[in-house]
Design a protein around this ligand. Structure first.
Ligand code: SF4
Ligand code: SF4
Ligand code: SF4
Length: 177
């Protein structure tokens, strides 16, 4: 392996490891974690720009690597995918070219009312992403590849314990292995 190939291989490995580490949620349009950490200037402009007020910045208690970088929690506060945070980001760490994938939804069968023979489709109607969630035989089914993890389904689920949950990309990557 020549030096260039070795560096590329190492870069891929680092990206892979860091992506698996992303067991939290970044705003939509985030570069790969390694690229993101390099590009983000920790300015907080994205936090200020969000009309929903859902972006937080990591505190120093999460370590020097993450401090002042942005995160969201779509299980508590859904993202409208308005794109303001991406538009305002001065460094391209939040980037128009990056996938708008925050995470992905997973039905919690032990909680979802349709698994208790109750008719319900609130999550399906709440979803604005075509093909991300469909009713099949009266039960909601997620297409993980299409779902962007915005969390609108969670916010609109009528079960108090939430029959659908957004999982981080780390578990998505693992599911592809
Ligand atoms: S896309 Fe809009 S709602 Fe979502 S985190 Fe960015 S600014 Fe906030
Ligand atoms: S299934 Fe839920 S998380 Fe996925 S795109 Fe639709 S509303 Fe958003
Ligand atoms: S809204 Fe909640 S309880 Fe109703 S079908 Fe969707 S996940 Fe299940």
């Amino acid at each position: 392996m020549n030096m260039e190939a070795a560096a590329g291989f190492l870069g891929n490995l680092l990206t892979y490891e860091l992506d698996l580490e992303r067991d939290f949620f970044r705003p939509p349009g985030t570069l790969d974690e390694l690229e993101f950490l390099t590009a983000c200037s920790r300015c907080g402009d994205c936090k200020e720009s969000c009309p929903e007020g859902i972006i937080s910045l990591f505190s120093i208690s999460y370590g020097a690597k993450l401090v002042n970088t942005p995160f969201i929690d779509p299980n508590k506060n859904p993202c409208t995918l308005c794109n303001r945070c991406v538009d305002i980001c001065p460094t391209g760490a939040l980037n128009e070219e990056a996938p708008k994938k925050i995470g992905y939804a997973a039905i919690q069968k032990h909680i979802c009312l349709t698994y208790k023979d109750v008719m319900c489709d609130y999550c399906v109607y709440a979803c604005k992403t075509e093909g991300a969630i469909q009713l099949k035989n009266g039960k909601p089914v997620i297409n993980e590849d299409v779902c962007n993890g915005c969390g609108q389904c969670v916010a609109n689920c009528i079960s108090e314990q939430k029959g659908v949950q957004i999982l981080p990309l780390s578990s998505y990557n693992q599911s592809l292995r």
